[in-house]
Ligand binder design. Sequence first.
Ligand code: ASP
Length: 340
Amino acid sequence: MAVVALLWAPAAVAGADGAAPRKASYGATVGWAIAIHGGAGVIERGSLSPETDAAIRTTLSAALKAGEDVLAAGGPALDAVEAAVRVMEDSPHFNAGHGAVFTSAGSIELDAAIMDGQTLKAGAVTGVATTKNPVSLARVLMERGPHVFLAGAAADSHAKAAGLAQVPNSHFMTERRRRQLDSLKMHGQGAMLAPGSRTDELRFGTVGAVARDRAGNLAAATSTGGLTGKAPGRVGDTPIIGAGTIADNRACAVSGTGTGEIFIRVRVAGQICDRVRFGGQDPEAAAAAAIAELGALGGDGGVIVLGPEGDGLFAMNSSGMYRARASAGGSRETGIYADE
Ligand code: ASP
């Protein structure tokens, strides 16, 4: 069973000199904070070319900055998570928006969700095919209601009516992702959910953000193309509130990435918040426990978690996670591999 790694959590992270753990990491920061991820999977050192490594870090940094700018100016956490996710949706390096993975039918179907920790309002969409930034559609749904969750063509129509940019489905397609589908078909559909199948070639790269604003409000957003070779109509954990996405000021904000079917069954995001709110656990203990349950059922992946205080933390049972975080305290970090 894969071990749960807590990245940049107080007890798990060595200081810059590689010696003393940074005990003050969680709980030290008051004021705004943001953490983002660009997916978790088998990302071994040396598996990315220096150019790809640099391009991913540059995009993570740009996405982080989009969120930071909102928060540093006193803007709401919701705007920050939406802004950060939009940058990653527009990048070909991540499995969201442009660059998303293909369904088994050779199309792209996108899922996204956003949640406001203060009001517990949420918006979610699945099977989006023409809306350029699904996270913004989720936001529109959240703001205007009356429904929380819309699917398929109706979701795209809703986006169109709201004036959100529409694109042909081919806008989301990249050659790299098409090759991944071809490769998966060669290895058989069963490879999709098998533990350890999240190889570099079939890496997924869902994106997400959690933020806390100056007023102390939490928000979370997640966006994905799902799994390479998924059946048309398949719904993953990302748009299911409490599975891959949640925000609740009384507990924490969570965005997840990994084997969606198992995230749904373990109710990963909701479980973490419940452990904090009702079980009195620290966010890091809660995240570690939920990821351990995920692993016990054969799932892999990770979460970013942000509480009412402290910096964002990352927990995962895979060997890498694209991630970055920043806070009012001045900390700013970007990482890919589990050991950095
Ligand atoms: N959780 C996503 C899904 O199952 C995929 C991922 O995060 O890699 O749709």
